[in-house]
Design a protein around this ligand. Structure first.
Ligand SMILES: Nc1ncnc2c1ncn2[C@@H]1O[C@H](COP(=O)(O)OP(=O)(O)OP(=O)(O)O)[C@@H](O)[C@H]1O
Ligand SMILES: [Mg+2]
Length: 350
C-alpha cells in the first residue's frame, strides 16, 4: 500500500492547492485508487475512492485556471500595444529613408514580384531604426503594419524581460512561430537596447534571451519573405555586435529630428482639424528648430489651451491664433539636446 495520508489529501482538497502541478495531483489520485483497490475494509475503500474523486475535481479546477492564465498571456503577447488610432504612412511626417527601406523590403516585393525575382532580390529580413526619442520610430512601424494589412507583433523588449521573465525565451519562440503562420507579418522589437544594455553576465538569463532572439532571427532572415523584423532603439551603441551583423538587423537607419519642411508639415498635420486664423508656417518652423516631432505635437496641444480658455470666458468659439502657438513655443523645451545629436553623429561616422 502506498504511503498516502488521509489527512494530507484532505488538507490539499480543503485548501484547493491550486498551485500544485497537475502531474503531482494525478500521481496522488493514482495512489488513492490503488489504495482503494488494495483495501480490505469497505469503509476504508470508500474513503479512498471519495478522496480520489475530490482530487479529480481539483485537477479540473487547476486545469481551468492554467488555461485561463495561458489565454490572458497569449492575448497580451500577441497584441500588447496595438491600441490607439489607426496610423497611415501619410500620418508620419518625413522619415523618407525609413519609408523607402520598408517599402523595398515588404511592400514592393508583393507589388512587383517579377522584378524582385529577376534580380533574385530577397524580401523581408531585419531593419533597425535608431535615433533620439519622439522622432516617429514606433509610429512608422505601426503605420507600416497597417498599410500592408500585416499581422503586427509588437514587443517591448523591456516587457520581455520584466513581465514575462522566465518565459522570455519561450515567448520569443512563440512570437516567431505565430508570425511564420501569418500571410504577412511585421515583428517589432521596440526598445531593443533593453536586451543588450545589461549584457556582461555571460550565463545570465539575459544572455539566453539574446541568444534565443538571435537564433530566431537567423531562422527567419531571408527565409520568409512575408515577415519583416524591425527593431528600434535610442541607444544603438549599446547593442550587441552580433545583433547588427547581417543577416540580422543588417540595415540600420538613422531617424532624426525633423528638418524645416518636416516641421511645417507637422504643424499642418496636427492642426488639420482645428479652426485657425491664417498661420505663418515658415515662422513656426523657424521657431522650432531643434525640436523633435513629439515636441511639436506637444506645442500644438498646449497652444489649444488659449483659444479654449477664451471660448469658455467669452461663451463663443473663436480661432486658434498664431500668437497662441508662439506662446506655446516659447514655453516649450527641446527634448533632444545638441549633445545627444552629436552622439548620434559620432555613431553614424563609425
Ligand atoms: N515623424 C512623425 N510624424 C508625425 N508625428 C510624429 C512623428 N514622430 C513623432 N510623432 C509624434 O510623436 C509621438 C511619439 O512618437 P514615437 O513614439 O513614434 O517616437 P519614437 O521615435 O518611437 O520615440 P522613442 O525613441 O522615445 O521610442 C507620436 O505618437 C506622434 O504623435
Ligand atoms: Mg518608440
Amino acid at each position: 500500500m502506498k504511503q498516502i495520508s488521509f489527512e494530507a489529501v484532505s488538507l490539499l482538497i480543503e485548501q484547493g492547492e491550486y498551485d500544485q502541478s497537475i502531474t503531482e495531483l494525478l500521481k496522488i489520485k493514482k495512489a488513492l485508487l490503488e489504495n482503494a483497490k488494495e483495501a480490505n475494509v469497505s469503509q476504508v475503500k470508500q474513503k479512498f475512492v471519495k478522496q480520489a474523486t475530490q482530487v479529480d475535481q481539483l485537477i479540473e479546477k487547476v486545469r481551468i485556471k492554467k488555461d485561463t492564465e495561458n489565454e490572458i498571456e497569449t492575448e497580451e503577447m500577441d497584441k500588447p500595444i496595438q491600441t490607439g488610432k489607426v496610423v497611415h504612412f501619410s500620418d508620419v511626417i518625413g522619415l523618407s529613408d525609413v519609408k523607402n527601406a520598408l517599402r523595398n523590403r515588404i511592400i514592393y516585393p508583393f507589388e512587383y514580384p517579377e522584378i524582385f525575382e529577376a534580380f533574385d532580390k530577397k524580401a523581408g529580413g531585419g531593419v533597425l531604426l535608431y535615433g533620439p526619442p519622439g522622432t516617429g520610430k514606433t509610429l512608422v512601424v505601426r503605420a507600416l503594419a497597417n498599410e500592408i494589412g500585416a499581422d503586427f507583433y509588437p514587443m517591448k523588449c523591456s516587457d520581455l524581460l520584466s513581465k514575462y521573465f522566465g518565459e522570455s525565451e519561450a515567448n520569443i519562440k512563440k512570437l516567431f512561430a505565430d508570425a511564420n503562420k501569418s500571410k504577412r507579418a511585421v515583428i517589432f522589437f521596440d526598445e531593443l537596447d533593453a536586451l543588450a544594455s545589461k549584457r556582461g553576465d555571460e550565463t545570465g538569463p539575459m544572455n539566453r534571451v539574446v541568444a534565443e532572439l538571435l537564433t530566431s532571427i537567423d531562422g527567419f532572415s531571408g527565409s520568409n519573405p512575408n515577415v519583416l523584423i524591425v527593431g528600434a532603439t535610442n541607444m544603438p551603441w549599446l547593442l550587441d555586435d552580433a545583433l547588427v551583423r547581417p543577416p540580422r538587423f543588417s540595415e540600420m537607419i538613422y531617424v532624426s529630428i525633423p528638418d524645416f519642411d518636416a516641421r511645417i508639415d507637422l504643424f499642418k498635420l496636427y492642426l488639420k482639424n482645428v479652426q485657425t486664423e491664417e498661420l505663418d508656417y515658415d515662422l513656426l518652423a523657424a521657431l522650432t528648430e531643434g525640436h523633435s516631432a513629439a515636441d511639436i505635437t506637444e506645442i500644438v496641444e498646449m497652444s489649444k489651451n488659449y483659444p479654449i480658455q477664451r471660448a469658455i470666458k467669452e461663451a463663443k468659439i473663436g480661432s486658434l491664433k498664431m500668437d497662441d502657438l508662439e506662446v506655446a513655443i516659447s514655453n516649450s523645451r527641446k527634448s533632444v539636446t545638441d549633445e545627444m545629436l552629436d552622439t548620434y553623429e559620432t555613431f553614424n561616422e563609425r
